[in-house]
Write a protein that binds this ligand. Structure first.
Ligand SMILES: [Zn+2]
Length: 313
């Protein structure tokens, strides 16, 4: 009996140790999932809202994402369809608010699938995107993405009936190409994935080039607007653009200063990494700890800036 108990206890100990070890291996994933959950469940990324912006302009917030809609005499113009579910909900609202008025145009700000999916739910007459995104749309096989029917290039003033939308060309910033949507009379800029309002981008801001991003934000800051409509989280004013610009500039500057102080990356070791990231974090904590996502996405942003500074992007 005693032998059996000892044997059972032995099995139990081995089983618990193996379980504990496997759990430890997954603990980083668990922590990351907890952080992502906290970041994406912010009140500013919850619920559905059809927002009136005046002068025929509307925004539709669907959880994390926000489209722009322009009610023109030619039809409804939608910028970014985001995903199937969101586009379906938007079409329902448009049918109620503007009975029998079709979506005449869908414009893609850029080719990323989280902005450019589900467009067929809107049944648009024309789908417009920048020429540089053609390659990407041609390679989105097996996705539920509506392909553009018209490709354009450069900054453009597009007239839709009584409305004029200025498409601002942001090259080499986010994705292969990014358009911003400027309404000079309304002093309004819709800047999908260009800037966020006092919010860190998720996971270090995927698919961007630092130098192009600085140029894009500087160009955007020159425009005369006082309302910034964001594709994610809260809307705000021009400070969303200028503060995002400062965040990118300041982080890159301190990382490059740290390279001078602690040694160039080709000589890096663990101590170097602790010093460079440690000093960068001091600045980020001092100036940006009140921003949404500081706890969850601040480190990812610093790491992305570090690799960008090392590799020149
Ligand atoms: Zn994007």
């Amino acid at each position: 009996m005693k032998y059996t108990l000892r044997k059972l206890l032995g099995f139990f100990l081995i089983f618990s140790s193996v379980t504990l070890l496997s759990a430890c291996e997954d603990i980083t994933i668990y922590l990351m999932s907890f952080q992502a959950d906290k970041y994406f469940s912010a009140p500013s990324a919850q619920g559905n809202r059809f927002e009136e912006l005046g002068n025929g302009l509307y925004a539709f917030q669907h959880g994390l994402d926000r489209s722009l809609i322009v009610n023109t005499t030619e039809g409804l113009v939608v910028v970014d369809s985001f995903n199937e579910k969101m586009a379906k909900d938007l079409k329902q609202i448009l049918n109620q608010k503007f009975p029998k008025k079709p979506v005449s145009h869908l414009i893609y700000s850029h080719h990323h699938l989280d902005h450019a999916s589900g467009g067929y739910e809107l049944n648009p007459g024309k789908v417009i995107a920048h020429e540089n995104t053609r390659w990407h749309f041609d390679h989105y096989l097996g996705t539920k993405t509506l392909k553009p029917t018209h490709y354009i290039s450069g900054s453009q003033s597009l007239k839709f009936g009584n409305h004029e939308i200025k498409l601002i060309d942001f090259e080499h910033a986010h994705a292969e190409h990014l358009y911003g949507f400027y309404f000079p009379k309304d002093k309004l800029l819709y800047g999908p994935d260009l800037a966020l309002c006092q919010t860190f981008f998720p996971f270090g801001y995927p698919d961007y080039n630092h130098y192009g991003q600085i140029h894009a934000l500087e160009e955007a800051a020159k425009l005369n607007f006082d309302r910034f409509i964001s594709s994610h989280f809260n809307n705000g004013d021009k400070s969303c653009v200028t503060e995002t610009l400062e965040l990118f500039k300041n982080t890159r500057a301190i990382i490059l200063e740290n390279f001078e102080q602690y040694g160039q990356p080709n000589e890096a070791d663990g101590e170097w990494f602790r010093q460079v990231i440690g000093s960068t974090k001091k600045m980020i904590k001092r100036d940006y700890s009140n921003w949404h996502g500081y706890d969850e996405m601040g480190l990812a942003f610093m790491l992305r800036q570090l690799t960008g500074a090392v590799m020149g992007y």
